[in-house]
Design a protein around this ligand. Structure first.
Ligand SMILES: O=C(O)CCC(=O)C(=O)O
Ligand SMILES: [Fe+2]
Length: 360
């Protein structure tokens, strides 16, 4: 007798190489069972919470009016403490640049598979990595997503095709870095620290930046698969921009919430190193990407981290004022390479590697 899943063979992501190429040829046929990730409950979305998702107006944070600035700093602190995520408006990055970087990112993923082979993922510290799923070699099931990940800082690297991509990506990476730097100043202030405290203690000005383009093709059975599993980001601050198609869900007090950003806004989240630096006041929040069966979704994610050689630890002022030290000191390079080895992100937190009391 034929096995029950004959119609949905257990294809391995590494054999597929690109889920976009696979989806293009698969049409509306059932998806391979190796992409089923239904163990992660999908019916618990709390839509009534979406309207309370925080919004921060960047132009008020940079306002010369001290009252407007102080008020925005306190909103920023509240957003980081309560959600660990917020939508950033009026960030000053032009619509033209955002459109260009999105168009070129899409063009990259649309290049024939052969043309992208030279960028195939050769491990976490490679400067340019193109691949599919999340950790295709070791994960329990695969994810309906292709990626391009490029280290754009401390040195700028970038694929040389399609023409013009490198130039707009350079511009976008620099501008988002400046926005992240200003946000870190506001976040420092919101913790009662000197504005440059986090920038200095994490070596931010010689820090890591990774530019990621995620592409999620339409999935004929979106209720069975995920684009990205629940995870936290490893750096300090992540800035996400999507092509108008929803899919990001944020875990808020145990419930999944759909994020519906305004056009041209950025979605920002506090990541693992910020949780450690803030001694746990600002948590690194779990998020995931869900799929749809109509539209290709792209997200451009710029992850901003510390200097790889810097030892990251809670700010001493917070430890003295608070409940004692809650995170161990760890060099960012060590943390970065450790988290790349985590395979079962569903039930383990990367931060348990540095949490002094993993219950916290
Ligand atoms: O595409 C998304 O909405 C999520 C992407 C993400 O979380 C990541 O790249 O770390
Ligand atoms: Fe993420």
């Amino acid at each position: 007798m034929a096995p029950a899943d004959t119609a949905t063979p257990k294809l391995h992501a590494s054999d597929i190489g690109s889920i976009k190429a696979f989806a293009d040829s698969n049409g509306d046929s059932p998806i391979p069972s190796s992409y089923y990730s239904i163990v992660e409950a999908r019916d618990d979305v709390a839509d009534h919470l979406a309207s309370s998702f925080p919004v921060i107006d960047f132009s008020l944070l940079t306002s010369p009016d001290p009252l407007l600035h102080a008020d925005t700093v306190s909103q920023l602190g509240k957003a980081c403490a309560e959600w660990g995520f917020f939508m950033l408006t009026n960030h000053g990055i032009s619509e033209k640049l955002m459109k260009e970087v999105m168009d070129k990112s899409h063009e990259f993923h649309n290049l024939p598979v052969e043309e992208k082979k030279e960028f195939a993922d050769k491990g976490p510290l490679a400067s340019i990595r193109h691949g599919t799923s999340f950790y295709p070699e070791s994960e329990l099931f695969h994810y309906w997503r292709d990626y391009l990940k490029v280290m754009t800082l401390p040195e700028f690297n970038f694929p040389h095709k399609p023409p013009g991509f490198k130039e707009v990506a350079y511009d976008y990476s620099s501008k988002t870095r400046a926005v992240a730097r200003t946000l870190l100043q506001g976040i420092s202030e919101s913790l009662g620290l000197e504005a440059n405290a986090i920038i200095k203690s994490t070596g931010f000005d010689s820090g890591l930046q990774i530019f990621v383009v995620n592409l999620y093709p339409p999935c004929p059975q979106p209720e069975l698969a995920l684009g990205m599993p629940p995870h936290t980001d490893h750096g300090l601050l992540t800035l996400l921009y999507q092509n108008g198609i929803g899919g990001l869900q944020v875990n808020h007090n145990g419930r999944w919430v759909n994020v519906n950003p305004l056009p041209n806004s950025l979605i920002v989240n506090t990541a693992d190193q910020l949780e450690a630096v803030s001694n746990g006041r600002y948590k690194s929040i779990w998020h995931r990407a869900v799929l749809n069966n109509k539209d290709t979704r792209l997200s451009i994610v710029v992850a901003n981290g510390p200097d790889l050689e810097e030892e990251i630890a809670p700010a001493p002022e917070l430890v003295e004022r608070g409940e004692g030290i809650r995170y161990k000191k760890m060099k960012y390079r060590e943390y970065f390479s450790k988290v790349q080895q985590v395979t079962r992100l569903v039930d383990t937190s990367r931060l348990d590697k540095v949490r002094i009391n993993p219950q916290n």
